[in-house]
Design a protein around this ligand. Sequence first.
Ligand code: HEC
Ligand code: HEC
Ligand code: HEC
Ligand code: HEC
Ligand code: HEC
Ligand code: HEC
Length: 267
Amino acid sequence: MRKLLFVVPILLVAVGIAWAQGGMKKKKPLPYEFGSVTINNYSQQAGMPPVMFDHWVHRQNYTCRLCHVDIGFGMTAGSTKIRSADNMKGYFCGTCHNGRMVHNNKKIFESCAKEYSREEYKTCAKCHTRERSAAKEDEFYRFSEQMPGERFGNKINWELAEEKGLIKPVDYLEKVSSKKVNLKVNQDFAIKAKVEGMPDIIFSHKKHTVWNGCELCHPDIFVGVKKGTSKYSMTEIFDSKYCGVCHEKVAFPQTDCQRCHTRPPQG
Ligand code: HEC
Ligand code: HEC
Ligand code: HEC
Ligand code: HEC
Ligand code: HEC
Ligand code: HEC
């Protein structure tokens, strides 16, 4: 362990340059802002405020796979090009936000409509909003207080929260999800860090599959027909590629070097 603590600061300096070039010098989001996505392809144009989507609200209830594979949301902000008409027909946000689907014994509020009263606009404003309300921030802290802590990101250890049964993300929705094909989960493996003295990365296929299924990573992010086929470096990860597609924006951020670089250098 002492060796690890010694090695990481040195490498921090070594990678520092690449890191700065990778555009990591943006403002660090607050815990409740981490994983927040602003969607604004059409809203402002149509006279509505942009849409604010929070991952922390949703990932406690559903797996990444359910939304990003079965429902079909893209893995980059704004890429899905959601229209209000899609939502009204029951696609995208409207898959759940249709005023009928029940969650925790409560109907989930409805998404877009063509006509609406002043009273109904309050529902629109839950999604179409310029600012996060103080009440929403409070809600985040009330939730995160009950979850195991972490140092970065939402400051929630999501993995542990699930292990302890504090959250139980749903992975299947009737009429939305296709029948699950039970693909054999691959073995976990170590990825050599290539640089001498740098702790290797233990990548858990099994754990990642619980959250992401296979389709989220293969073949879009990792070709992965054979281990080692995708060649990538830390610089590319800092540049939001490979592991960096998720780690930084929604899963724990790249600042948490030791959570990936866990295994002391081998031989
Ligand atoms: C309730 C549905 C839902 C769940 C659950 C969900 N996402 Fe998302 N995610 C979205 C939507 C919607 C967007 C925005 C897509 C768009 O703007 O086109 C998004 C965007 C993203 C982005 C891009 C963010 C950016 O700033 O560019 C990443 C990365 C991502 N999700 C990863 C994940 C991971 C990892 C999980 C599981 C821990 C997850 N998502 C769970 C709906 C979901
Ligand atoms: C897989 C189902 C599902 C999908 C898809 C989904 N949501 Fe949700 N959403 C929920 C549930 C469940 C809640 C929490 C219950 C509630 O507040 O009614 C919620 C809560 C929210 C809230 C919090 C409201 C508040 O003020 O507390 C917002 C905002 C929101 N969703 C926006 C969106 C947007 C925008 C999309 C599409 C880009 C989306 N959701 C897609 C299920 C979903
Ligand atoms: C569950 C979240 C949610 C709620 C609630 C919601 N919307 Fe939307 N709406 C969206 C999303 C997501 C988009 C796509 C945002 C974008 O790209 O600009 C959108 C887009 C729109 C657009 C842009 C025009 C277009 O053709 O897409 C209009 C207008 C709109 N919504 C009206 C409304 C009205 C009116 C209400 C209230 C009756 C409402 N929405 C409630 C999520 C929501
Ligand atoms: C979070 C992303 C992620 C998920 C989810 C995921 N994989 Fe992988 N997979 C990888 C990475 C990274 C590699 C190594 C790729 C490389 O080095 O080119 C890999 C490698 C593989 C390999 C080659 C293994 C070897 O030893 O040569 C196979 C086969 C594979 N994955 C199948 C699957 C299947 C089946 C699932 C679902 C049960 C799955 N993967 C889920 C990221 C993922
Ligand atoms: C499709 C999204 C996605 C991709 C791509 C991805 N991860 Fe993850 N990873 C997650 C999520 C979600 C978690 C749960 C913890 C969290 O959200 O903070 C996680 C957790 C982890 C953990 C802690 C759990 C464990 O396995 O012990 C490690 C380590 C990790 N990821 C390493 C990697 C590495 C290395 C890569 C690239 C080879 C990678 N991840 C690619 C989504 C992803
Ligand atoms: C999400 C997981 C993850 C996190 C967090 C992470 N790394 Fe990496 N890192 C990797 C993976 C995967 C590789 C291996 C790429 C390969 O060998 O194919 C790697 C490789 C490296 C290498 C070897 C050289 C290279 O460019 O490939 C260095 C040095 C490194 N990381 C430093 C860091 C530092 C410093 C931090 C913290 C600021 C960090 N890493 C955080 C996953 C991660």
